[in-house]
Write a protein that binds this ligand. Structure first.
Ligand SMILES: [Zn+2]
Length: 294
């Protein structure tokens, strides 16, 4: 994950107006493309928001049985899929005088941490050979335009038809900063997400992942600026993991460098938290995947 974070922050900025944005897209596609042999399907969704081109990148896998040539273990239907997402765009508009097309927006914590975790999930899932049936498609979504109020994820949600393909949506956004505790906030969206919230709390205990506290917070609407929001509001069980929700400016240990030119890799002060957040996300996704299709 550290190597991915280093690469993603080396493009100076992943702001939608900056040339580094396209370099980040190319990096994500190249990394996923290198795993295509394992059965990943890689797709893009291009949209335009106020004249700005946005690109969501998706990597889809149906986990395979033992041996390189066996197909998916279970029958994969049109529903019951699992969406695991992170936004790769960045912004630094809290730095006074910041010029989007020229100035840095390293976005190390926000959200190279989540993006790097998804790239690591792709590597891990490539060779994951479960003993039990897996009947769920797993989709890794690298969303664009989150910093424009989740325009990428919102555009994707608007393309989904009922019955929705997803039984769960899990989002990672800013998970590498907290010098005091391994605290992770677990946002859950509307009452349909209560079961998914409880599953995440249980997985943290059962697999001794060690997030403490794992702090569940209810999100009634889309005012929480996270890519899980469009899915939760639409009625898909949806949760987001973030190191601290709210009060980013006022209260330590919120990451004071968020949305500034100073959100650099050295501010990822809690790599243990980052790793635990990644482990929990993947463990929840696999816990869902190992459950019989509905
Ligand atoms: Zn973010």
């Amino acid at each position: 994950m550290d190597a991915h974070l280093g690469a993603l922050t080396s493009f100076v900025s992943r702001d939608v107006h900056h040339p580094g944005h396209a370099k980040a897209q190319a990096y994500i596609k190249e990394q996923l493309g290198a795993l295509a042999y394992y059965g990943w399907k890689i797709e893009s969704q291009r949209t335009v928001y106020q004249g700005i081109p946005l690109e969501n990148i998706f990597a889809t896998i149906d986990v395979r049985g033992v041996g390189p040539d066996t197909g998916p273990i279970g029958p994969i239907g049109n529903t019951g899929w699992i969406l695991v997402s992170a936004h790769y765009d960045s912004i630094a508009n809290r730095t006074p005088g910041w010029r989007p097309s020229i100035d840095p927006a390293p976005g190390a914590d926000d959200n190279a941490t989540g993006t790097a975790a998804l790239l690591e999930f792709a590597r891990v899932l490539s060779t994951y050979r479960p003993g039990a049936p897996v009947e769920s498609r797993i989709v890794l979504a690298f969303f664009d335009g989150e910093e424009l109020f989740f325009k990428g994820s919102g555009a994707y949600m608007s393309t989904l038809q009922k019955p929705y393909p997803y039984k769960a949506a899990i989002n990672l956004d800013m998970v590498g900063f907290n010098p005091i505790t391994d605290r992770l906030d677990l946002l859950w969206y509307t009452n349909v997400s209560a079961g998914l919230r409880d599953r995440a709390l249980k997985v943290n205990e059962t697999f001794k992942i060690g997030l403490a506290p794992l702090n569940a917070q209810f999100a009634a609407d889309g005012n929480t600026i996270m890519d899980a929001a469009p899915f939760g509001i639409a009625g898909i069980p949806s949760i987001a993991f973030v190191q601290r929700y709210g009060e980013n400016d006022a209260t330590f240990p919120g990451n004071y460098t968020f949305h500034t030119v100073n959100d650099t890799p050295d501010k990822i002060t809690n790599k243990r938290l980052w790793l635990k957040a990644a482990k929990l996300t993947l463990a929840v996704a696999l816990d869902l995947a190992n459950e019989p299709a509905q």
